[in-house]
Design a protein around this ligand. Structure first.
Ligand code: APR
Length: 262
């Protein structure tokens, strides 16, 4: 750990994060026990086509999914690891965070340079002009309360579309600012990733299984350029083959230990 701390202190570190980072905030990982994909079929609930089909035939299930998804987010808070990453940026060691997480926790913990490659659950965006709105937690809470009271399909669909709102410029319905399966990553966020990774000396991969592409290609790109890869994960991951150093532990205990040496 002492060696890793001294390399981190040299700066030019980029964090590549996944669901495991937020596990200790009480958000189950997607593929772990109790994760969203255990209860809901990702092919259906994780894709735009699947969700549109479900809204026509199984609107109550969509309502349950939306409610489960946001309730978990609203109840949770950033944990020690999110604040540690924000602190590393503050101290000038961390160039940026590339996150697959959509929970907004990096921003809530005070990080500034964050590429949200899978989007943000609180953001709704116009596909045409890229106009975006970020909802407050209170607005999401009020939406869930109204949704709970509805039974008819038209009402559920109307409530969901009403919550997302319309673009003031194009008048199109805003879309969830989350990257669903089969959709491409947002260009601006991808540009940030390369900006962070070019000249990076260390990539710290925290809490990701490394199964999801193109996301997992970022640490691979860094490794091919000769950047050192450090992994923090209590279990084996698909990035292990490119690891220079692996810490088989949870994110919070890793960062607590790291800060003892910084
Ligand atoms: N600290 C660090 N890592 C942890 C912890 C913890 N406390 N708890 C679990 N993990 C690890 C698991 O061992 C696992 O390898 O976090 C990883 C989570 O893996 P996934 O659930 O596959 O999450 P992620 O890698 O972020 O998935 C990528 O897949 O479903 C899509 O779009 C979704 O962004 C997500 C993407």
């Amino acid at each position: 750990m002492k060696d890793v701390a001294s390399r981190i202190k040299k700066g030019n570190v980029v964090a590549f994060c996944g669901a495991g980072l937020s596990a200790e905030s009480g958000i189950p990982t997607f593929r772990g026990r109790g994760g969203l994909w255990e209860k809901y079929d990702p092919q259906l609930y994780g894709s735009a086509e699947g969700l549109s089909t479900l809204l026509l035939s199984e609107h109550k299930n969509v309502r349950d999914f939306v409610t489960d998804f946001y309730s978990i987010l609203l109840e949770a808070k950033p944990n020690y690891a999110h604040y540690a990453l924000s602190q590393l940026e503050e101290r000038g060691y961390l160039r940026g965070i590339i996150t697959q997480n959509i929970d907004d926790f990096h921003f809530q913990a005070g990080s500034r340079n964050v590429a949200e490659i899978h989007g943000n659950a609180y953001v709704f965006r116009c596909e045409m002009c890229d106009f975006a709105v970020k909802k407050e937690k209170d607005q999401v809470n009020a939406f869930l309360k109204s949704l709970a009271a509805l039974n008819e399909r038209e009402d559920v669909v109307g409530e969901i579309f009403g919550f997302m709102g319309y673009c003031p410029h194009c008048h199109r319905r805003l879309e969830p600012g989350i990257v669903l399966f089969g959709q491409s990553l947002p260009l601006k966020e991808v540009e940030k990733c390369y900006e962070y990774l070019d000249n990076a000396e260390v990539v710290l991969c925290v809490g990701t299984s490394g199964t999801m592409y193109p996301a997992a290609s970022f640490p691979l790109y860094a490794h091919q350029k000769g950047t050192e890869v450090i992994i923090v994960n209590p279990e084996d991951s698909f990035l292990d083959s490119i690891s220079d150093c692996t810490f088989y532990q949870g994110a919070c205990s890793f960062f607590k230990n790291l800060f003892l040496h910084l």
